[in-house]
Design a protein. Structure first.
Ligand code: AMP
Length: 308
């Protein structure tokens, strides 16, 4: 069984979509990553921070899924990171209405000693200085360091973010953010520019239009499953990242062919995440659900053709 270190926000989210509205519910990049990764045979630990307002019930929900939360600090008297977002009618774009860092503003991450030799590190969305500190604490270079980020950190901490990007293997990013980071409209050119920043692999997520994996001259495309019900896309990117990194940590194989499979596992899990608000669907997911969708993925993309 491989080991996976996960860093990212553990948060309260308030979400508005064309189908409804929620008050503060469980969210955060590390939460979605952890829940997705827990679907694989992997020992994972979340390095993050919450405030005293964070319910014990939510902490239990993570530890019940075998996620080590000993490095999930609870700050006495502190308030948990809060994010509020509103989706447009097409659900492909959203406006951030509030980002309150709260306890995240002065967080010093500590990687548990049993995880300092983890094979895979998943640097989820949060301040790049925290992502950097996690890399620095690893005893030996992990086999794979994956980073996910978003426009908020590009807007506010670009220099620090670029330093972290230099040290990673895989960048997962959505199409608009890839364009913002590189100034290129073409995603092929954007990926090439990102290679020059450090990573050997780039995954560009395109929401309901699937994901592209770039490596040197090679490109692999995974569609998103056409779904009957899309309720709330929040956390889809993180769920993708959790499935991607969880699968790779469990299989301990970082060949390009296996990264392709990781993209499929990530896309598969993300397809569930969007069916209900917040983490609800990820908390009620079983092996049969997952396997039957993997079959659908295969059927959707497989075809025979006679080549002359
Ligand atoms: P995604 O939909 O995959 O981009 O992720 C949404 C999740 O990211 C929500 O659960 C938020 O709590 C969290 N989030 C939103 N903004 C930030 C931010 N600036 N840094 C870290 N996490 C964030």
């Amino acid at each position: 069984m491989g080991k996976l270190v996960i860093v990212g926000t553990v948060a309260f989210d308030a979400i508005e979509t064309p189908f409804g509205k929620t008050d503060k519910i469980l969210g955060g990049a590390a939460t979605f990553i952890g829940l997705a990764a827990s679907q694989f045979q992997v020992d994972s630990a979340i390095v993050s921070v919450v405030g005293e307002d964070f319910p014990q019930e939510y902490l239990d929900l993570l530890s019940n899924r075998n996620i080590d939360i000993s490095a999930l600090e609870v700050v006495k008297g502190g308030k948990t990171f809060f994010w509020k977002g509103k989706y447009h009618n097409d659900l492909n774009s959203r406006d951030t209405l509030a980002t309150e860092l709260n306890v995240l503003a002065d967080f010093n991450p500590v990687v548990p000693s049993a995880y300092k030799n983890a094979e895979v590190v998943m640097l989820g969305n949060l301040h790049p200085n925290i992502q950097m500190s996690v890399i620095d604490q690893m005893e030996k270079r992990p086999k794979l360091i994956v980073l996910d980020t978003m426009n908020f950190w590009m807007d506010n901490t670009l220099e620090e973010l670029m330093e972290v990007i230099k040290r990673i293997d895989v960048l997962t990013i959505n199409d608009e953010e890839a364009r913002q980071l590189t100034g290129e409209y073409s995603l092929v050119k954007a990926a090439q520019k990102i290679f020059k920043m450090g990573p050997k692999y780039v995954v560009i997520k395109k929401g309901e239009h699937g994901a592209l994996l770039f490596h040197e001259e090679q490109v692999f495309f995974a569609p998103a499953l056409p779904l009957e019900d899309v309720f709330d896309p929040t956390g889809a990117g993180d769920t993708f990242a959790g499935g991607f990194s969880g699968y790779l940590a469990a299989s301990d194989n970082i060949s390009f062919d296996n990264l392709k499979k990781a993209v499929i596992h990530g896309s598969n899990l993300a397809s569930f995440s969007v069916e209900k608000f917040g983490t609800e669907r990820m908390l009620n997911l079983d092996r049969d659900d997952i396997n039957s969708r993997l079959h659908q993925f295969k059927a959707l993309t497989q075809f025979e053709i006679e080549l002359q």
